[in-house]
Design a protein around this ligand. Structure first.
Ligand code: FAD
Length: 466
């Protein structure tokens, strides 16, 4: 039996990929970490995949081997019926990973324990949670224990867990039905994603003579017509494996809406507890692991220099927000590819137009630093910590720009404190020793980002505003 520590550096609530990886990363830095999980069955898909492209991110976080050990290579052929009636193979240079989620999650928790984490299963904390201090833990049998934590973190999944943060932005309401079916011999070795008028279907053979089908549909349509009707129609309209399944058994339904939350308290949240992406991306687990890595850096920083806890939390949240926005843009691009069902409610709600990008300024237009631009400090990732970094902001931006890729922003902006064309400003900026060593093309790209963010504006406008 695991003995319960009285005092820990970090208490993490939720032992999914986000919580387990964050816990292990912190324990590897010799912090005392307690990971608690309520042990309730997940209500998403039992079978999930990690894309081959995720391997770079896993290696960057330093958990490639741990993730590989908990998963199986994805040897399935990946097929898509999307944007047209033909089934198309999605080529991959190397296999991704297949996750049987109960096995995968247990494997990651074992890895965390091997890193030195104390794991308590069938355990959850009393709400509301403080950002640090004494927390009461309740066990399934009705017992409880108190623990003193230097930092309390929530990684409790899409429900938000105890003390959920309010939802700030949400995509169209989406319901995911997880269905177990008989095997389809023709697709015994293939994963198939298929667009249908009511939404999309994701078929994956379970490897035990059955198959798992996730059916993603619009929640409003389900509310209006009933889940049986919508589910049956989605399967009937399919042409791939979903058309051939028999012995359909509904395992569960879950909310799969992409949502971004924003804490109004001082609690750090990670993984799905702060931002859930559209399952279309197959990147929820990869994102949870990246989020764990970012949170671990923030927690290590908070514990060593907590003077600007608010600033650190804000910087972490902005990172989550930017990742969420990037995911939303990618998902929208995928939905736009499917034009056959454009007038169906599911597709109408998700086929948002591509964002308009402000064109580059004319080459002869003098630019000036916006008069409402101000210097500000934020926290930026540097190896296993966050470090304070100088940047630039303006009202309404809700961001502090410190770097554009590797180019520091303040010296680029400084070149436009007098009116200059883009080329002249970039040439002038090159005098700064921090920019002198960088490729002028990278400095130009940074200046263009300042232009798009409204930090550089036409000089004539800047004069008029003064
Ligand atoms: C239909 C569907 C299909 C998906 N398919 C894929 C896919 O193929 N590939 C992919 O990468 N992603 C996929 N995802 C997304 C993926 O499942 C999530 O993004 C990922 O699991 C998030 O990890 P997490 O650790 O943040 O949360 P979770 O995995 O949800 O883990 C949260 C943990 O916290 C525990 N917990 C909750 N509340 C408490 C509490 N009060 N006390 C203690 N413990 C608590 C839970 O029991 C759970 O163990 C899919 C999602 C859906 C809905």
């Amino acid at each position: 039996m695991t003995s319960i520590p009285d005092t820990v550096d970090v208490l993490i609530v939720g032992g999914g990929p986000a919580g387990a990886i964050c816990a292990g990363l912190l324990a590897r830095q010799s912090l005392r970490v307690l990971l608690v999980d309520d042990g309730r069955p997940r209500r998403a898909s039992e079978q999930e995949t990690i894309l081959p492209a995720a391997r770079t991110a896993l290696a960057r976080v330093g958990v490639h081997d741990a993730v590989l050990a908990a998963a199986a290579p994805d040897r399935l052929r990946h097929l898509a019926i999307w944007g047209g009636p033909t089934m198309v193979a999605q080529p991959a240079a190397e296999p991704g990973l297949r996750l049987h989620r109960p096995t995968f999650d247990a494997g990651l928790r074992r890895w965390a324990v091997d890193c030195g984490v104390v794991l308590l299963s069938s355990c959850s904390p009393a709400a509301p949670l403080p950002p640090s201090g004494r927390v009461r833990l309740r066990f399934a049998g009705g017992c409880f224990a108190d623990v003193e934590a230097g930092c309390v973190v929530v990684a409790a999944g899409r429900s938000g867990g105890p003390s959920p943060a309010p939802v700030l932005v949400a995509g169209p309401e989406t319901a995911a039905f997880c269905v177990r079916t008989s095997a389809v011999p023709e697709f015994a070795e293939a994963a198939v994603i298929e667009a249908v008028p009511d939404g999309w279907l994701w078929w994956i053979p379970a490897g035990d003579g059955s198959g798992v089908l996730s059916v993603l549909v619009d929640t409003a349509v389900v509310a209006a017509e009933g889940s049986r009707t919508v589910l049956a129609r989605a399967l009937q309209s399919a042409t791939g494996p979903a058309r051939q399944v028999a012995n359909v058994r509904l395992l569960h339904a879950t909310r799969a809406t992409a949502r971004l939350r924003r804490g109004t308290d001082a609690l750090l949240r990670l993984g799905d507890a702060i931002a859930t992406v559209d399952p279309l991306s197959s990147q929820g687990v990869e994102k949870a692991i990246a989020s764990a890595d970012q949170a671990a850096a923030a927690i290590a920083t908070l514990l060593s220099e907590s003077a600007d806890a608010g600033g650190i939390l804000t910087a972490v949240w902005r990172w989550e927000r930017d990742l969420w926005r990037a995911h939303a843009a990618t998902a929208a691009a995928f939905y736009r590819q499917e034009e056959r069902f454009a007038e169906q409610p599911f597709w109408r709600a998700r086929r948002v137009p591509s964002p308009t990008v402000l064109p580059d300024p004319p080459a002869d237009l003098p630019l000036h630093l916006a008069s409402d631009a101000t210097a500000a400090t934020t926290w930026r990732r540097h190896e296993r910590r966050l470090v304070a970094a100088d940047g630039l902001t303006r009202p309404g931006l809700d961001d502090v720009l410190t770097h554009v890729r590797f180019v520091p922003v303040p010296p680029v902006a400084a070149a436009f404190t007098v009116p200059r064309t883009l080329a002249a400003g970039v040439a002038e900026a090159g005098r700064d020793p921090r920019l002198f060593v960088l490729p002028p093309r990278a400095v130009l790209d940074a200046a263009l980002v300042l232009w798009r963010q409204g930090l550089l504006i036409p000089a004539a406008t800047a004069v008029a505003r003064r």
